[in-house]
Design a protein around this ligand. Sequence first.
Ligand SMILES: NC(=O)c1ccc[n+]([C@@H]2O[C@H](COP(=O)([O-])OP(=O)(O)OC[C@H]3O[C@@H](n4cnc5c(N)ncnc54)[C@H](O)[C@@H]3O)[C@@H](O)[C@H]2O)c1
Length: 511
Amino acid sequence: MTAELDAPVTVRPCARRPACCHHANAMATIYAARHLRSPARPARRRPRAPRRRSSRSSTTTITTTACRRATTTPRCPSKLAFWSVCSLALLLAFILLSPSSAPVPRSAPESPRRSLHTSASSTASWGGAAWEKKVRASARVRRARGLSVLVTGAAGFVGCHAAAALRRRGDGVLGLDNFNDYYDPALKRGRAALLARSGVYVVDGDIADAELLAKLFDVAPFTHVLHLAAQAGVRHALVDPMSYVRANVAGLVALLEAACAASPQPAIVWASSSSVYGLNSHVPFSEHDRTDRPASLYAATKKAGEEIAHVYNHIYGLSLTALRFFTVYGPWGRPDMAYFFFTRDILAGQPITVYESAGGTHQTTISRDFTYIDDIVKGCVAALDTAGRSTGSGGKKRGQAPFRTYNLGNTSPVPVTQLVDLLEKLLKVKAVRKVVKMPRNGDVPYTHANVSLAQRELGYRPSTDLQTGLKKFVRWYLEYYHPELAEKQKHRSSNNGKGSRGHNGSSSSAR
Ligand SMILES: NC(=O)c1ccc[n+]([C@@H]2O[C@H](COP(=O)([O-])OP(=O)(O)OC[C@H]3O[C@@H](n4cnc5c(N)ncnc54)[C@H](O)[C@@H]3O)[C@@H](O)[C@H]2O)c1
Protein backbone atom coordinates (compact mmCIF):
# COMPACT_ATOMS: atom_id res chain seq x y z
CA MET A 1 0.00 0.00 0.00
CA THR A 2 1.23 3.46 -0.76
CA ALA A 3 1.36 6.37 1.60
CA GLU A 4 -1.86 7.35 -0.17
CA LEU A 5 -3.05 3.75 -0.12
CA ASP A 6 -4.07 3.74 -3.71
CA ALA A 7 -5.76 1.45 -6.13
CA PRO A 8 -4.90 -1.22 -8.61
CA VAL A 9 -4.12 0.34 -11.92
CA THR A 10 -7.55 0.09 -13.52
CA VAL A 11 -10.20 2.39 -12.06
CA ARG A 12 -13.72 1.23 -12.79
CA PRO A 13 -16.20 3.76 -14.12
CA CYS A 14 -18.36 5.33 -11.45
CA ALA A 15 -21.96 4.36 -11.02
CA ARG A 16 -23.17 7.88 -11.67
CA ARG A 17 -21.74 10.17 -14.30
CA PRO A 18 -23.06 13.72 -14.23
CA ALA A 19 -23.33 15.14 -17.73
CA CYS A 20 -20.07 16.84 -18.55
CA CYS A 21 -17.54 18.38 -20.79
CA HIS A 22 -17.82 17.42 -24.46
CA HIS A 23 -20.15 19.69 -26.36
CA ALA A 24 -20.73 19.10 -30.03
CA ASN A 25 -19.41 22.53 -30.96
CA ALA A 26 -16.32 22.33 -28.76
CA MET A 27 -13.92 22.48 -31.71
CA ALA A 28 -15.52 25.64 -33.04
CA THR A 29 -15.59 27.28 -29.62
CA ILE A 30 -11.97 26.48 -28.93
CA TYR A 31 -10.85 27.64 -32.36
CA ALA A 32 -12.71 30.93 -31.85
CA ALA A 33 -11.39 31.38 -28.32
CA ARG A 34 -7.79 30.96 -29.45
CA HIS A 35 -8.15 33.51 -32.18
CA LEU A 36 -9.79 36.03 -29.84
CA ARG A 37 -7.02 35.66 -27.28
CA SER A 38 -4.94 38.76 -26.61
CA PRO A 39 -1.14 38.41 -26.85
CA ALA A 40 0.84 37.16 -23.86
CA ARG A 41 2.51 39.68 -21.60
CA PRO A 42 5.85 40.76 -23.07
CA ALA A 43 8.04 42.80 -20.68
CA ARG A 44 8.36 41.19 -17.26
CA ARG A 45 9.34 37.74 -18.37
CA ARG A 46 12.90 36.55 -18.25
CA PRO A 47 14.39 35.77 -21.68
CA ARG A 48 13.51 32.29 -22.94
CA ALA A 49 14.88 30.05 -25.67
CA PRO A 50 13.73 31.31 -29.10
CA ARG A 51 10.55 29.63 -30.35
CA ARG A 52 10.29 27.65 -33.55
CA ARG A 53 9.30 29.98 -36.37
CA SER A 54 5.68 29.57 -37.31
CA SER A 55 4.64 28.34 -40.71
CA ARG A 56 2.67 31.57 -41.08
CA SER A 57 5.82 33.73 -41.07
CA SER A 58 7.63 31.51 -43.56
CA THR A 59 4.64 31.81 -45.87
CA THR A 60 4.94 35.58 -45.68
CA THR A 61 8.63 35.46 -46.65
CA ILE A 62 8.02 33.21 -49.62
CA THR A 63 5.09 35.30 -50.77
CA THR A 64 7.11 38.51 -50.62
CA THR A 65 9.92 36.98 -52.67
CA ALA A 66 7.47 35.76 -55.27
CA CYS A 67 5.96 39.25 -55.53
CA ARG A 68 9.35 40.88 -55.87
CA ARG A 69 10.30 38.56 -58.73
CA ALA A 70 7.05 39.31 -60.48
CA THR A 71 7.65 43.05 -60.43
CA THR A 72 11.29 43.01 -61.58
CA THR A 73 11.48 40.59 -64.56
CA PRO A 74 10.13 41.22 -68.14
CA ARG A 75 9.27 44.52 -69.83
CA CYS A 76 7.24 43.40 -72.90
CA PRO A 77 3.48 43.59 -72.09
CA SER A 78 2.62 40.02 -73.28
CA LYS A 79 5.57 38.58 -71.37
CA LEU A 80 4.59 40.75 -68.44
CA ALA A 81 1.06 39.30 -68.54
CA PHE A 82 2.48 35.75 -68.80
CA TRP A 83 4.79 36.26 -65.79
CA SER A 84 2.03 37.96 -63.81
CA VAL A 85 -0.27 34.96 -64.33
CA CYS A 86 2.56 32.58 -63.34
CA SER A 87 3.31 34.60 -60.20
CA LEU A 88 -0.32 34.73 -59.23
CA ALA A 89 -0.64 30.98 -59.73
CA LEU A 90 2.47 30.43 -57.61
CA LEU A 91 1.12 32.75 -54.93
CA LEU A 92 -2.21 30.94 -54.88
CA ALA A 93 -0.48 27.57 -54.68
CA PHE A 94 1.57 28.74 -51.67
CA ILE A 95 -1.49 30.09 -49.91
CA LEU A 96 -3.55 26.97 -50.52
CA LEU A 97 -0.80 24.51 -49.61
CA SER A 98 0.49 26.44 -46.60
CA PRO A 99 -0.41 24.61 -43.34
CA SER A 100 -1.28 27.91 -41.69
CA SER A 101 -4.18 28.48 -44.05
CA ALA A 102 -6.00 25.33 -42.97
CA PRO A 103 -8.02 25.37 -39.72
CA VAL A 104 -5.80 23.97 -36.93
CA PRO A 105 -7.45 21.12 -35.04
CA ARG A 106 -7.42 21.58 -31.23
CA SER A 107 -5.16 18.62 -30.64
CA ALA A 108 -2.71 19.39 -33.44
CA PRO A 109 0.65 18.09 -32.19
CA GLU A 110 2.56 21.19 -33.24
CA SER A 111 0.29 23.48 -31.19
CA PRO A 112 2.68 25.24 -28.76
CA ARG A 113 -0.03 25.62 -26.10
CA ARG A 114 -0.50 21.87 -25.84
CA SER A 115 3.09 20.72 -25.97
CA LEU A 116 3.11 19.00 -22.57
CA HIS A 117 -0.56 18.31 -22.29
CA THR A 118 -1.27 14.70 -21.49
CA SER A 119 -5.00 14.50 -21.26
CA ALA A 120 -7.20 13.50 -24.11
CA SER A 121 -10.22 14.35 -21.98
CA SER A 122 -9.45 18.03 -21.51
CA THR A 123 -11.47 20.62 -23.36
CA ALA A 124 -8.93 23.34 -22.50
CA SER A 125 -9.63 26.75 -23.95
CA TRP A 126 -8.83 30.17 -22.58
CA GLY A 127 -8.53 33.80 -23.48
CA GLY A 128 -10.76 36.66 -24.54
CA ALA A 129 -12.34 39.54 -22.66
CA ALA A 130 -15.15 37.51 -21.08
CA TRP A 131 -12.68 34.87 -19.89
CA GLU A 132 -10.41 37.53 -18.35
CA LYS A 133 -13.38 39.08 -16.59
CA LYS A 134 -14.25 35.70 -15.04
CA VAL A 135 -10.65 35.18 -13.94
CA ARG A 136 -10.48 38.62 -12.34
CA ALA A 137 -13.83 38.23 -10.57
CA SER A 138 -12.86 34.85 -9.14
CA ALA A 139 -9.45 36.07 -7.93
CA ARG A 140 -10.86 39.26 -6.34
CA VAL A 141 -10.28 39.48 -2.57
CA ARG A 142 -13.43 40.08 -0.52
CA ARG A 143 -12.04 40.80 2.94
CA ALA A 144 -9.51 43.17 4.48
CA ARG A 145 -5.95 41.81 4.14
CA GLY A 146 -7.28 38.76 2.33
CA LEU A 147 -5.18 36.64 -0.03
CA SER A 148 -5.58 36.14 -3.73
CA VAL A 149 -4.75 32.48 -4.36
CA LEU A 150 -4.23 30.47 -7.52
CA VAL A 151 -5.19 26.88 -6.59
CA THR A 152 -3.81 24.34 -9.06
CA GLY A 153 -5.53 20.96 -9.08
CA ALA A 154 -8.68 22.72 -7.84
CA ALA A 155 -10.95 20.10 -9.40
CA GLY A 156 -9.05 17.45 -7.44
CA PHE A 157 -9.96 16.10 -4.01
CA VAL A 158 -7.81 18.31 -1.78
CA GLY A 159 -7.94 21.24 -4.20
CA CYS A 160 -11.71 21.57 -4.20
CA HIS A 161 -11.92 21.50 -0.39
CA ALA A 162 -9.06 23.98 0.01
CA ALA A 163 -10.44 26.36 -2.63
CA ALA A 164 -13.88 26.29 -0.98
CA ALA A 165 -12.41 26.99 2.47
CA LEU A 166 -10.40 29.97 1.18
CA ARG A 167 -13.44 31.36 -0.61
CA ARG A 168 -15.59 30.96 2.54
CA ARG A 169 -13.33 33.31 4.49
CA GLY A 170 -13.31 35.91 1.71
CA ASP A 171 -10.05 35.22 -0.10
CA GLY A 172 -9.85 35.56 -3.88
CA VAL A 173 -9.55 32.09 -5.42
CA LEU A 174 -8.95 30.99 -8.98
CA GLY A 175 -8.72 27.28 -9.80
CA LEU A 176 -6.65 25.63 -12.53
CA ASP A 177 -7.06 21.99 -13.54
CA ASN A 178 -6.68 19.95 -16.72
CA PHE A 179 -9.49 17.54 -15.76
CA ASN A 180 -7.41 14.58 -16.91
CA ASP A 181 -8.87 11.08 -16.91
CA TYR A 182 -6.55 9.40 -14.40
CA TYR A 183 -9.84 8.84 -12.59
CA ASP A 184 -13.41 9.67 -13.57
CA PRO A 185 -13.35 13.27 -14.91
CA ALA A 186 -17.08 13.56 -14.16
CA LEU A 187 -16.22 13.60 -10.45
CA LYS A 188 -13.78 16.45 -11.14
CA ARG A 189 -16.44 18.32 -13.12
CA GLY A 190 -18.81 17.79 -10.18
CA ARG A 191 -16.28 19.36 -7.78
CA ALA A 192 -15.70 22.28 -10.17
CA ALA A 193 -19.48 22.81 -10.42
CA LEU A 194 -19.64 22.91 -6.64
CA LEU A 195 -16.90 25.55 -6.56
CA ALA A 196 -18.61 27.54 -9.33
CA ARG A 197 -21.69 27.82 -7.11
CA SER A 198 -19.57 29.59 -4.47
CA GLY A 199 -17.98 31.90 -7.06
CA VAL A 200 -14.74 30.04 -7.74
CA TYR A 201 -13.89 29.62 -11.40
CA VAL A 202 -11.73 26.64 -12.36
CA VAL A 203 -9.79 27.33 -15.56
CA ASP A 204 -9.50 24.24 -17.75
CA GLY A 205 -5.79 24.22 -18.52
CA ASP A 206 -2.44 22.62 -17.85
CA ILE A 207 0.21 23.73 -15.36
CA ALA A 208 2.83 23.03 -18.04
CA ASP A 209 1.24 25.63 -20.33
CA ALA A 210 3.67 28.53 -19.88
CA GLU A 211 1.60 30.99 -21.92
CA LEU A 212 -1.55 30.28 -19.95
CA LEU A 213 0.30 30.70 -16.64
CA ALA A 214 1.84 34.01 -17.78
CA LYS A 215 -1.60 35.20 -18.80
CA LEU A 216 -3.15 34.21 -15.46
CA PHE A 217 -0.46 36.03 -13.47
CA ASP A 218 -0.89 39.02 -15.74
CA VAL A 219 -4.67 39.19 -15.37
CA ALA A 220 -4.75 38.50 -11.61
CA PRO A 221 -1.79 39.51 -9.41
CA PHE A 222 -1.94 36.49 -7.09
CA THR A 223 -0.36 36.90 -3.68
CA HIS A 224 -0.18 33.09 -3.20
CA VAL A 225 -0.24 29.84 -5.13
CA LEU A 226 -1.55 26.65 -3.54
CA HIS A 227 -0.06 24.09 -5.91
CA LEU A 228 -1.88 20.76 -5.65
CA ALA A 229 -2.01 19.64 -9.29
CA ALA A 230 -0.03 16.44 -9.73
CA GLN A 231 -0.09 12.91 -10.98
CA ALA A 232 -1.02 11.20 -7.73
CA GLY A 233 -1.11 7.50 -6.79
CA VAL A 234 1.76 5.03 -6.76
CA ARG A 235 0.81 2.04 -8.87
CA HIS A 236 -0.19 3.98 -11.98
CA ALA A 237 3.54 4.57 -12.49
CA LEU A 238 3.81 0.94 -13.55
CA VAL A 239 1.53 1.80 -16.48
CA ASP A 240 2.38 5.41 -17.34
CA PRO A 241 5.64 6.51 -15.72
CA MET A 242 6.00 9.59 -17.93
CA SER A 243 2.76 11.11 -16.59
CA TYR A 244 4.55 11.56 -13.23
CA VAL A 245 7.52 13.27 -14.85
CA ARG A 246 5.27 15.56 -16.91
CA ALA A 247 2.99 16.70 -14.08
CA ASN A 248 5.23 16.46 -11.00
CA VAL A 249 8.54 17.57 -12.47
CA ALA A 250 8.02 19.47 -15.77
CA GLY A 251 4.69 20.91 -14.56
CA LEU A 252 6.22 22.07 -11.28
CA VAL A 253 9.12 23.75 -13.10
CA ALA A 254 6.70 25.52 -15.48
CA LEU A 255 4.73 26.81 -12.51
CA LEU A 256 7.85 27.99 -10.65
CA GLU A 257 9.13 29.72 -13.81
CA ALA A 258 5.84 31.57 -14.16
CA ALA A 259 5.89 32.53 -10.47
CA CYS A 260 9.44 33.90 -10.79
CA ALA A 261 8.47 36.04 -13.76
CA ALA A 262 5.27 37.33 -12.13
CA SER A 263 5.11 40.73 -10.52
CA PRO A 264 4.45 40.60 -7.64
CA GLN A 265 6.01 37.19 -7.09
CA PRO A 266 3.55 35.02 -5.17
CA ALA A 267 4.42 32.83 -2.17
CA ILE A 268 3.98 29.16 -3.03
CA VAL A 269 2.61 26.38 -0.83
CA TRP A 270 2.59 22.98 -2.53
CA ALA A 271 1.78 19.36 -1.91
CA SER A 272 4.68 16.99 -1.48
CA SER A 273 3.87 13.62 0.07
CA SER A 274 4.62 11.32 2.99
CA SER A 275 5.79 8.92 0.26
CA VAL A 276 9.14 10.75 0.24
CA TYR A 277 10.01 8.88 3.47
CA GLY A 278 10.19 5.71 1.35
CA LEU A 279 12.27 3.07 3.09
CA ASN A 280 12.84 5.22 6.19
CA SER A 281 12.21 3.03 9.24
CA HIS A 282 12.50 5.66 11.94
CA VAL A 283 8.99 6.33 13.31
CA PRO A 284 7.07 8.53 13.64
CA PHE A 285 8.34 10.14 10.41
CA SER A 286 9.93 13.49 11.15
CA GLU A 287 11.01 16.20 8.71
CA HIS A 288 14.58 15.47 9.87
CA ASP A 289 14.46 11.84 8.72
CA ARG A 290 16.07 10.52 5.54
CA THR A 291 14.12 11.01 2.33
CA ASP A 292 16.74 9.78 -0.11
CA ARG A 293 15.40 6.23 -0.53
CA PRO A 294 12.07 6.53 -2.34
CA ALA A 295 10.18 3.29 -2.97
CA SER A 296 8.16 4.47 -5.98
CA LEU A 297 8.46 6.75 -8.98
CA TYR A 298 5.68 8.89 -7.50
CA ALA A 299 7.77 9.39 -4.35
CA ALA A 300 10.88 10.09 -6.44
CA THR A 301 9.09 12.84 -8.41
CA LYS A 302 7.80 14.42 -5.19
CA LYS A 303 11.31 14.29 -3.72
CA ALA A 304 12.67 15.80 -6.95
CA GLY A 305 10.02 18.51 -6.53
CA GLU A 306 11.36 19.35 -3.06
CA GLU A 307 14.89 19.71 -4.45
CA ILE A 308 13.68 21.79 -7.42
CA ALA A 309 11.74 24.04 -5.05
CA HIS A 310 14.95 24.66 -3.12
CA VAL A 311 16.68 25.84 -6.30
CA TYR A 312 13.94 28.40 -7.01
CA ASN A 313 14.05 29.61 -3.44
CA HIS A 314 17.84 29.90 -3.53
CA ILE A 315 18.24 31.58 -6.93
CA TYR A 316 15.05 33.58 -7.37
CA GLY A 317 13.87 34.27 -3.82
CA LEU A 318 10.54 32.45 -4.11
CA SER A 319 8.85 31.74 -0.78
CA LEU A 320 8.28 27.96 -0.84
CA THR A 321 6.48 25.66 1.59
CA ALA A 322 6.20 21.90 0.97
CA LEU A 323 3.45 20.02 2.78
CA ARG A 324 3.90 16.26 3.15
CA PHE A 325 0.34 14.94 3.29
CA PHE A 326 -0.38 11.57 4.93
CA THR A 327 -3.21 9.49 3.32
CA VAL A 328 -5.96 12.06 3.02
CA TYR A 329 -9.58 10.84 3.00
CA GLY A 330 -13.07 12.29 3.12
CA PRO A 331 -16.13 13.33 1.08
CA TRP A 332 -15.45 14.00 -2.63
CA GLY A 333 -12.36 11.79 -2.25
CA ARG A 334 -10.24 10.01 -4.84
CA PRO A 335 -11.67 6.82 -6.35
CA ASP A 336 -8.18 5.31 -6.67
CA MET A 337 -7.67 5.22 -2.89
CA ALA A 338 -8.41 2.15 -0.77
CA TYR A 339 -11.08 3.61 1.54
CA PHE A 340 -12.98 4.71 -1.60
CA PHE A 341 -12.79 1.56 -3.71
CA PHE A 342 -13.26 -0.70 -0.67
CA THR A 343 -16.55 1.14 -0.08
CA ARG A 344 -17.57 0.68 -3.71
CA ASP A 345 -16.63 -3.01 -3.76
CA ILE A 346 -18.13 -3.86 -0.39
CA LEU A 347 -21.44 -2.34 -1.49
CA ALA A 348 -21.27 -4.27 -4.77
CA GLY A 349 -20.54 -7.56 -2.98
CA GLN A 350 -17.15 -7.77 -4.70
CA PRO A 351 -14.14 -9.22 -2.85
CA ILE A 352 -11.60 -6.69 -1.61
CA THR A 353 -7.87 -7.36 -1.51
CA VAL A 354 -6.27 -6.55 1.83
CA TYR A 355 -2.50 -6.61 1.87
CA GLU A 356 -0.48 -7.88 4.76
CA SER A 357 3.16 -7.02 5.12
CA ALA A 358 5.74 -9.67 4.29
CA GLY A 359 6.90 -9.22 7.90
CA GLY A 360 9.44 -6.66 9.01
CA THR A 361 9.95 -3.79 11.31
CA HIS A 362 6.47 -2.68 12.31
CA GLN A 363 3.44 -4.88 11.83
CA THR A 364 2.09 -7.64 9.71
CA THR A 365 -0.96 -5.67 8.59
CA ILE A 366 -0.45 -2.56 6.54
CA SER A 367 -1.14 0.65 8.47
CA ARG A 368 -1.75 4.21 7.44
CA ASP A 369 -1.86 7.53 9.23
CA PHE A 370 -5.29 8.38 7.74
CA THR A 371 -5.84 12.14 7.83
CA TYR A 372 -9.24 13.73 7.43
CA ILE A 373 -9.61 16.31 4.68
CA ASP A 374 -10.72 19.15 6.99
CA ASP A 375 -7.52 18.79 9.01
CA ILE A 376 -5.42 18.87 5.83
CA VAL A 377 -7.26 21.98 4.63
CA LYS A 378 -6.62 23.72 7.96
CA GLY A 379 -2.92 22.91 7.52
CA CYS A 380 -2.92 24.29 3.95
CA VAL A 381 -4.63 27.51 5.00
CA ALA A 382 -2.27 27.99 7.96
CA ALA A 383 0.72 27.44 5.65
CA LEU A 384 -0.60 30.12 3.27
CA ASP A 385 -1.23 32.55 6.12
CA THR A 386 2.29 32.17 7.49
CA ALA A 387 4.12 31.82 4.17
CA GLY A 388 6.13 35.07 4.19
CA ARG A 389 6.86 36.99 1.03
CA SER A 390 8.86 36.04 -2.03
CA THR A 391 11.70 38.48 -2.40
CA GLY A 392 12.53 38.38 -6.10
CA SER A 393 11.58 40.75 -8.87
CA GLY A 394 12.55 40.95 -12.53
CA GLY A 395 13.93 37.42 -12.23
CA LYS A 396 16.44 38.44 -9.50
CA LYS A 397 16.47 37.53 -5.83
CA ARG A 398 16.43 40.58 -3.52
CA GLY A 399 16.81 38.78 -0.20
CA GLN A 400 16.33 35.54 1.70
CA ALA A 401 12.83 34.06 1.32
CA PRO A 402 11.23 31.37 3.52
CA PHE A 403 11.84 27.72 2.61
CA ARG A 404 9.78 25.35 4.77
CA THR A 405 8.70 21.69 4.90
CA TYR A 406 5.95 20.28 7.14
CA ASN A 407 4.32 16.91 7.77
CA LEU A 408 0.52 17.08 7.78
CA GLY A 409 -0.75 13.79 9.20
CA ASN A 410 -3.05 12.53 11.94
CA THR A 411 -0.35 11.01 14.21
CA SER A 412 -2.32 7.80 14.80
CA PRO A 413 -1.75 5.02 12.25
CA VAL A 414 -4.60 2.55 11.81
CA PRO A 415 -4.25 -0.97 10.34
CA VAL A 416 -6.07 -1.36 7.04
CA THR A 417 -7.97 -4.33 8.53
CA GLN A 418 -9.46 -1.89 11.04
CA LEU A 419 -10.41 0.48 8.21
CA VAL A 420 -12.37 -2.41 6.67
CA ASP A 421 -14.04 -3.20 10.03
CA LEU A 422 -15.20 0.43 10.26
CA LEU A 423 -16.50 0.45 6.70
CA GLU A 424 -18.47 -2.76 7.29
CA LYS A 425 -20.06 -1.17 10.34
CA LEU A 426 -20.94 2.07 8.55
CA LEU A 427 -22.18 0.41 5.37
CA LYS A 428 -23.91 -2.37 7.27
CA VAL A 429 -22.50 -4.85 4.78
CA LYS A 430 -19.97 -7.61 5.44
CA ALA A 431 -16.84 -7.37 3.26
CA VAL A 432 -15.51 -10.35 1.31
CA ARG A 433 -11.82 -10.11 2.24
CA LYS A 434 -8.97 -11.60 0.26
CA VAL A 435 -5.81 -11.27 2.34
CA VAL A 436 -2.58 -11.48 0.34
CA LYS A 437 1.08 -10.63 0.85
CA MET A 438 1.90 -7.12 -0.32
CA PRO A 439 3.55 -7.20 -3.75
CA ARG A 440 6.59 -5.04 -4.45
CA ASN A 441 4.87 -2.25 -6.35
CA GLY A 442 6.10 0.91 -4.67
CA ASP A 443 3.85 0.77 -1.61
CA VAL A 444 5.29 1.06 1.86
CA PRO A 445 3.90 -0.94 4.80
CA TYR A 446 3.51 1.78 7.38
CA THR A 447 3.18 5.56 7.71
CA HIS A 448 3.09 7.65 10.88
CA ALA A 449 3.51 11.42 10.99
CA ASN A 450 5.33 13.42 13.59
CA VAL A 451 3.55 16.78 13.30
CA SER A 452 5.24 18.68 16.11
CA LEU A 453 6.88 21.14 13.69
CA ALA A 454 3.55 21.97 12.00
CA GLN A 455 1.97 22.23 15.44
CA ARG A 456 4.59 24.72 16.62
CA GLU A 457 4.81 26.86 13.48
CA LEU A 458 1.37 26.54 11.88
CA GLY A 459 -0.80 25.82 14.91
CA TYR A 460 -1.75 22.54 13.16
CA ARG A 461 -3.80 20.20 15.38
CA PRO A 462 -5.61 17.34 13.61
CA SER A 463 -8.89 16.69 15.38
CA THR A 464 -10.84 14.07 13.40
CA ASP A 465 -10.45 10.37 14.22
CA LEU A 466 -10.89 7.75 11.50
CA GLN A 467 -14.34 6.60 12.64
CA THR A 468 -15.77 10.15 12.62
CA GLY A 469 -14.16 11.00 9.28
CA LEU A 470 -15.22 7.75 7.60
CA LYS A 471 -18.80 8.31 8.75
CA LYS A 472 -18.81 11.63 6.88
CA PHE A 473 -17.24 10.01 3.83
CA VAL A 474 -19.76 7.15 3.76
CA ARG A 475 -22.68 9.57 4.10
CA TRP A 476 -21.39 11.58 1.14
CA TYR A 477 -20.63 8.43 -0.91
CA LEU A 478 -24.13 7.06 -0.50
CA GLU A 479 -25.80 10.39 -1.25
CA TYR A 480 -23.64 10.89 -4.34
CA TYR A 481 -23.65 7.40 -5.85
CA HIS A 482 -26.64 5.65 -4.22
CA PRO A 483 -29.21 8.28 -3.13
CA GLU A 484 -31.94 5.64 -2.74
CA LEU A 485 -29.75 3.64 -0.36
CA ALA A 486 -28.82 6.78 1.58
CA GLU A 487 -32.53 7.49 2.03
CA LYS A 488 -33.17 3.91 3.23
CA GLN A 489 -30.31 4.12 5.74
CA LYS A 490 -31.63 7.44 7.06
CA HIS A 491 -35.07 5.92 7.61
CA ARG A 492 -33.65 2.79 9.21
CA SER A 493 -31.55 4.76 11.70
CA SER A 494 -34.42 7.09 12.57
CA ASN A 495 -36.65 4.04 13.20
CA ASN A 496 -34.09 2.00 15.12
CA GLY A 497 -32.41 4.84 16.96
CA LYS A 498 -28.69 5.56 16.86
CA GLY A 499 -27.69 2.26 18.47
CA SER A 500 -28.47 0.11 15.39
CA ARG A 501 -25.17 -1.47 14.31
CA GLY A 502 -25.76 -4.99 13.00
CA HIS A 503 -24.55 -6.08 9.57
CA ASN A 504 -27.27 -7.18 7.24
CA GLY A 505 -24.81 -9.63 5.74
CA SER A 506 -26.29 -9.15 2.31
CA SER A 507 -24.87 -7.08 -0.48
CA SER A 508 -27.96 -7.21 -2.67
CA SER A 509 -29.77 -4.36 -0.93
CA ALA A 510 -26.64 -2.26 -1.28
CA ARG A 511 -26.46 -2.59 -5.03
N1 LIG B 1 -4.77 12.51 -1.27
C1 LIG B 1 -3.69 12.07 -0.63
O1 LIG B 1 -3.77 11.15 0.19
C2 LIG B 1 -2.34 12.68 -0.88
C3 LIG B 1 -1.25 12.25 -0.12
C4 LIG B 1 0.00 12.82 -0.35
C5 LIG B 1 0.15 13.81 -1.29
N2 LIG B 1 -0.92 14.21 -2.03
C6 LIG B 1 -0.73 15.26 -3.03
O2 LIG B 1 -1.71 16.26 -2.82
C7 LIG B 1 -2.09 16.84 -4.05
C8 LIG B 1 -3.58 16.75 -4.23
O3 LIG B 1 -3.94 15.38 -4.22
P1 LIG B 1 -5.43 14.89 -4.47
O4 LIG B 1 -5.63 13.71 -3.62
O5 LIG B 1 -6.34 16.03 -4.40
O6 LIG B 1 -5.27 14.37 -5.97
P2 LIG B 1 -6.26 14.59 -7.20
O7 LIG B 1 -5.74 13.70 -8.28
O8 LIG B 1 -7.66 14.44 -6.78
O9 LIG B 1 -6.01 16.10 -7.59
C9 LIG B 1 -4.99 16.52 -8.47
C10 LIG B 1 -5.65 17.37 -9.55
O10 LIG B 1 -4.62 17.88 -10.38
C11 LIG B 1 -5.06 17.85 -11.72
N3 LIG B 1 -3.88 17.78 -12.57
C12 LIG B 1 -3.01 16.76 -12.74
N4 LIG B 1 -2.06 17.09 -13.61
C13 LIG B 1 -2.32 18.37 -14.01
C14 LIG B 1 -1.70 19.26 -14.91
N5 LIG B 1 -0.61 18.90 -15.58
N6 LIG B 1 -2.23 20.48 -15.09
C15 LIG B 1 -3.37 20.85 -14.42
N7 LIG B 1 -4.00 20.03 -13.55
C16 LIG B 1 -3.49 18.81 -13.35
C17 LIG B 1 -5.92 16.60 -11.83
O11 LIG B 1 -6.86 16.69 -12.88
C18 LIG B 1 -6.58 16.56 -10.46
O12 LIG B 1 -7.85 17.15 -10.50
C19 LIG B 1 -1.28 16.10 -5.11
O13 LIG B 1 -0.13 16.86 -5.37
C20 LIG B 1 -0.91 14.81 -4.45
O14 LIG B 1 0.26 14.25 -4.99
C21 LIG B 1 -2.17 13.67 -1.84
